[in-house]
Design a protein around this ligand. Structure first.
Ligand SMILES: C[S@@+](CC[C@H](N)C(=O)[O-])C[C@H]1O[C@@H](n2cnc3c(N)ncnc32)[C@H](O)[C@@H]1O
Length: 321
């Protein structure tokens, strides 16, 4: 860390963009930071207020004093293992730029699988006035993406964290969705009524004992409330199992994100709650990432007894063992 820190201090006047970036890459590598080159490029472009094309076109341009100081400050924050998205305060999610803020989960690309699954299963109803709920809305990234796709839908985000609710509201506003989206601060267990056509959730799903072993970028910067799924990581799914049948409209669809290896257990919880399991969709890394379920149309009763094989593929190449 000392060596890495001194490398950032070594950013000198008249040093070119290229040399500044090379210095930062070496410093990040020395500090054991993965993706050193990509992080250095993103931070340099942000500090110099240029895009990647500017960097390629004119790598020999010097950094002015403001950019140099900003880059040094960004570098120090990255050495403290703060993710680049948090340093820059923004993250690309689906087709949107989403504000990222302290004490709220930094939305992950894996969660775009929820959005993709919604598009696959409800694509034919893309222009319908769907009622959508996002339980544990966090930054609002998923809700904003869904409202962007389903242009006539309305959406409700619920989160127990007031900080998350404030951020989700800001993101809805920035994305131009305040007329169709709103956020409520509270527990999803207390959500009254409902009759939602689509309910999505990326709940906390890390087993409590696994949290100390997470990367510092996650452990030290994402809030515990967004990570901790209890002793076996499944507490929030049990709670969703009790909530979803009540808030879904008959025939309504639930899409929930899964931690690695949780598909079978969550499938059983949801079936026991009376939901029909439609399938599992993998993320880009091939990991079973979301479970899709449906509330039985015209039924208050339970679906047939659970079997693991009922967690079936949604489409080609999407397996659920
Ligand atoms: C893993 S984060 C997901 C945030 C966001 N949906 C995303 O994917 O980026 C889970 C969120 O659920 C919220 N949460 C956890 N338990 C909750 C509950 N019982 N009721 C409402 N919100 C809850 C947390 O505050 C956190 O913002």
């Amino acid at each position: 860390m000392t060596e890495a820190t001194s490398l950032v201090d070594a950013l000198t006047p008249e040093m070119s963009r290229r040399d500044s970036m090379a210095l930062l890459i070496r410093a990040f590598e020395a500090a054991g930071i993965a993706d050193a080159a990509s992080d250095a490029r993103l931070l340099l472009c942000a500090a110099a207020d240029i895009d990647h094309a500017d960097l390629i076109r004119d790598p020999e341009a010097p950094l002015d004093e403001f950019a140099r100081e900003l880059l040094a400050a960004y570098g120090q924050r990255r050495f403290a293992r703060e993710p680049v998205t948090r340093i820059l305060g923004t993250r690309g999610f689906w087709s949107l730029d989403i504000e990222v803020a302290p004490d709220v989960l930094d939305p992950r690309p894996d969660s775009e699988t929820i959005v993709d699954a919604a598009l696959k299963i409800l694509g034919e109803r893309q222009n319908d006035p769907l009622r959508i709920a996002d339980l544990g809305v966090g930054s609002g990234a998923i809700l904003c993406a869904l409202l962007d796709i389903f242009q006539n839908a309305s959406g409700l985000g619920v989160d127990v964290s007031p900080t998350a609710c404030a951020l989700a509201t800001r993101n809805l506003r920035t994305c131009g969705m305040m007329t169709r989206g709103r956020v409520e601060n509270g527990m999803w267990e207390s959500l009254e009524g409902g009759h939602f056509d689509l309910v999505v959730s990326n709940p906390p799903y890390i087993a409590s004992n696994d949290i100390p072993g997470l990367d510092p970028e996650v452990r030290n910067f994402d809030p515990g409330l967004a990570l901790d799924g209890g002793a076996d990581g499944l507490d929030a799914y049990r709670s969703l199992g009790a909530t979803l049948p009540r808030v879904l409209a008959p025939g309504g669809i639930a899409i929930v994100e899964l931690g690695q290896g949780q598909a079978a257990a969550v499938g059983l919880i949801f079936r026991e709650a009376g939901l029909l399991i439609l399938g599992v969709q993998n993320d880009l890394a091939g990991v079973e990432r979301v479970l899709i379920a449906r509330k039985m149309p015209n039924s208050e009763g339970k679906s047939p007894p659970a079997t693991l094989s009922s967690v079936s593929p949604l489409g080609a190449g999407q397996k659920s063992d």
